[in-house]
Design a binder for this molecule. Structure first.
Ligand code: HEM
Length: 191
């Protein structure tokens, strides 16, 4: 859950730096102290690319004639706890995730579960979660939705919860009341 909440608040962009074992403006390789470490044996260091900076300074803080400039990093998503990991931080993503009908999010039926569980829509730009690269990962409001299976399950749960509430709201509105009746409330607590 901590990871899910973090992915609502922060996404620090990477640099596309091709880092080696030399320290540069964008690379801070970790020196090897353990000769048995297989990464160290292979590369001679642990390669490390720094996060993309907002202000171009070399180290933590540079003192120049015009003042002190500290390296800070942008956040690529909304920093509010606003469920942007479910709905997207950008209009394009938000639109892609919706059916644009009945206030519902796009979900797909799981063929193995008689239509009870609705899975995330396919992320056609990501197959990394599939062993043979033959299946698409699930698409959520945050690009890391498929980073590991438990995280994907939380994205799936929240998207299903959205649709459950949206469907029940639609029922109440058709019934001409904003207050759920005890009967319809009973419906809302089921799958
Ligand atoms: C199986 C579990 C997890 C995996 C595989 C995982 C993986 C990752 C990866 C690959 C990154 C990017 C590192 C990079 O910049 O190169 C990352 C970043 C991060 N992770 Fe995790 N993580 C996991 C669990 C968690 C949990 C449980 C939390 C919090 C309770 C968490 C909090 C964070 C945070 C705050 C960042 C930095 C996000 C940013 O600003 O971009 N992670 N994680």
């Amino acid at each position: 859950m901590g990871q899910f909440i973090d992915h609502d608040l922060a996404l620090t962009p990477h640099l596309e730096a091709d880092c080696g074992c030399d320290e540069t403006r964008e690379c801070l390789p970790i020196t090897c102290e353990d000769e048995d470490d297989p990464v160290c044996q292979k590369y001679g260091c642990v390669k490390f690319a720094r996060s993309r900076p907002v202000i171009e300074v070399q180290y933590a803080c540079d003192v120049t004639s015009v003042g002190t400039h500290c390296r800070t990093h942008p956040n690529a998503i909304t920093s509010f706890l606003d469920a942007s990991n479910v709905y997207g931080s950008y209009e394009v993503t938000a639109s892609e995730l919706r059916t644009h009908e009945g206030g519902l999010l796009s979900l797909q039926e799981d063929p193995n579960d008689e239509g009870h569980i609705h899975l995330l829509p396919n992320d056609e730009e990501n197959r990394e979660c599939s062993h043979n690269n033959d299946k698409f990962c699930g698409k959520g409001g945050d690009i890391r939705a498929a980073e590991q299976p438990v995280l994907t399950s939380l994205h799936t749960l929240f998207a299903n919860q959205h649709n459950r509430i949206a469907k029940n709201l639609a029922l109440f509105m058709v019934a001409g009341t904003t207050k759920p009746s005890s009967k319809s409330h009973g419906v809302s607590t089921r799958r």
